[in-house]
Design a protein around this ligand. Structure first.
Ligand code: DGJ
Length: 334
């Protein structure tokens, strides 16, 4: 009888521990993303990676962005995270005036974006490479053989001689990469096809002529491209607009207002794809600039749901994402 009781107790404790560990595992599958606060690293430092660009390698997100710690003349920092919430500082990949001393010490290095070239196996950064009065209207390209290696300057200047400011990158499903920027004194958007090694610009297509768009971010769903962009109002937020096309170089739909008239006090930086076993979700990443100053600008993330020709663009104080299945849901508990 005693032996039977002992066996029963062991069995019961095994069952209970299995139940409790599966509960932990399943709740861990959902990550709560909360907006509005300054992002801090585990060591308590402010995450300085504004107007960020992202690259996912395995289950790790890498993020590059503007180090606005001293507000002006930003450097470019690299961070990594597995959940878009807990960020670890990797290194400063571009140091103003040090990485490329011949290009001057007081550049406004903005909107750095990260690419990986499968053919050359190099990590490539494109960014807006500006003078303090925004008169240079240049871009720059850096590359490294390791994500956390030494980034060397590859090129800087006006792409194909065209004045270029706010920028982003987009890699199509066939591996062709594009640099997209606000051109000719903020009048148009320029879609620049990059060379096979992603290190230079080889072709220009003008998009949205005279429509004064900046902060572009492109995502592809099936065969359709969607683009978010803002108007040009300095650091002040404005209406985010959506356009879609079946062809990157032509046929973009008229710009359509999405969300509220201030993009929930943000400006587009990226659209992330969360590909899972069940579905793919899309997360908008925007900058809440000068909140209250440039160094403390916030990075805001919320899910967007695309329909055939539009999208549901709605801010949330928080939401939950399942990186395994790709699903997102409203926050279940406060
Ligand atoms: C808005 C741009 O999107 C930012 O990247 C920055 O260039 C500011 N303008 C400067 O006013």
């Amino acid at each position: 009888m005693k032996r039977f009781t002992l066996c029963f107790a062991i069995l019961l404790s095994l069952v209970l521990s299995a139940c409790s560990s599966s509960k932990v595992a399943s709740s861990k599958e959902w990550t709560k993303i909360t907006n509005g606060n300054l992002w801090l690293t585990a060591s308590g430092d402010t995450v300085q990676a504004h107007a960020p660009g992202f690259l996912k390698i395995g289950d790790t997100w890498y993020m590059v962005g503007e180090d606005r710690g001293r507000e002006w003349r930003p450097d470019v920092n690299l961070y990594k995270s597995k959940d878009l919430q807990n960020w670890t500082f990797v290194k400063k990949i571009i140091e103003n005036g040090v990485t490329s001393p011949d290009l001057g010490k007081s550049r406004m290095i903005e909107r750095a974006k990260l690419l990986y070239n499968k053919k050359t196996k190099r990590f490539v950064v494109w960014c807006h490479w500006e003078a303090s009065n925004y008169g240079a209207s240049e871009a720059a390209c850096f590359s490294s053989d390791k994500i956390d290696g030494t980034y060397r300057i590859e090129w800087s200047g006006r792409p194909l001689g065209i004045k270029s400011r706010d920028c982003n990158v987009f890699v199509d499903t066939d591996g062709t990469a594009y640099f997209i920027s606000t051109t000719e004194e903020n009048q148009h958007l320029g879609l620049f096809r990059l060379s096979e090694d992603y290190l230079s610009v080889v072709e220009h297509t003008q998009l949205f002529p005279w429509q004064k768009r900046e902060a572009p971010a492109i995502v592809k769903l099936g065969n359709k491209y969607f683009m978010f962009s803002s108007a040009c109002t300095g650091w002040a937020p404005n209406q985010c607009k959506l356009s879609w096309s079946n062809n990157l170089k032509q046929g973009w739909s008229p710009l359509e207002n999405i969300g509220d008239n201030k993009a929930f006090r943000t400006q587009p930086a990226a659209i992330l794809e969360i590909k899972g076993t069940k579905t793919t979700s899309y997360l908008y990443v925007g900058d809440r600039w000068k909140d209250p100053n440039l160094a403390q600008s916030k990075t805001i993330i919320f899910p967007v749901t695309f329909t055939d020709t539009s999208c549901d663009f709605r801010y949330r104080d928080s939401f939950e994402i399942n990186f395994k299945t790709g699903e997102w849901r409203e926050t279940t508990k406060p």
